[in-house]
Design a protein around this ligand. Structure first.
Ligand SMILES: [Cu+2]
Length: 130
């Protein structure tokens, strides 16, 4: 392994921990919350500063997040299947996220937004913008 690829691996681990910690901050401390440490994402401006929703085991975690107007929410797909973040009311639509892909949406106006996963309509979530 070259020095540069080792550096990239270390960066990926750090990003995974950042995402895990962020997700943990917003979880309800349930035993079923997203596990940490397995999912690695590159550090990006989109993820840093976002409220992170982890997609894992066909569920959004946490299923409900509260943000302030102007904030960003980033969904990261830590699952082994493709998923979307699709607003029930059409306010946003992510592409089909492959494992390891992320999608960021900025919420400018207050409101409550229910969303689901298009291929798996039983996957439900909610973003509350205050
Ligand atoms: Cu899905």
């Amino acid at each position: 392994m070259s020095a540069s690829s080792r550096a990239l691996a270390a960066l990926g681990l750090t990003a995974g921990l950042v995402a895990g910690v962020l997700a943990g901050c917003f979880s309800e401390r349930e035993a079923t919350g997203p596990a940490e440490g397995e999912c690695r994402f590159p550090v990006s401006d989109d993820i840093l500063g976002s409220t992170v929703v982890v997609i894992r085991r066909f569920a959004f975690g946490p299923a409900e997040v509260r943000v302030r107007a102007g904030d960003r929410v980033t969904w990261i797909n830590c699952d082994e299947d493709g998923h979307t973040s699709t607003a029930d009311g059409g306010e946003w639509q992510s592409p089909l996220l492959a494992p390891g892909e992320a999608f960021t949406q900025t919420f400018d106006a207050p409101g409550e937004f229910a969303y689901h996963c298009e291929p798996h309509p039983f996957m439900l979530g909610r973003v509350i913008v205050e």
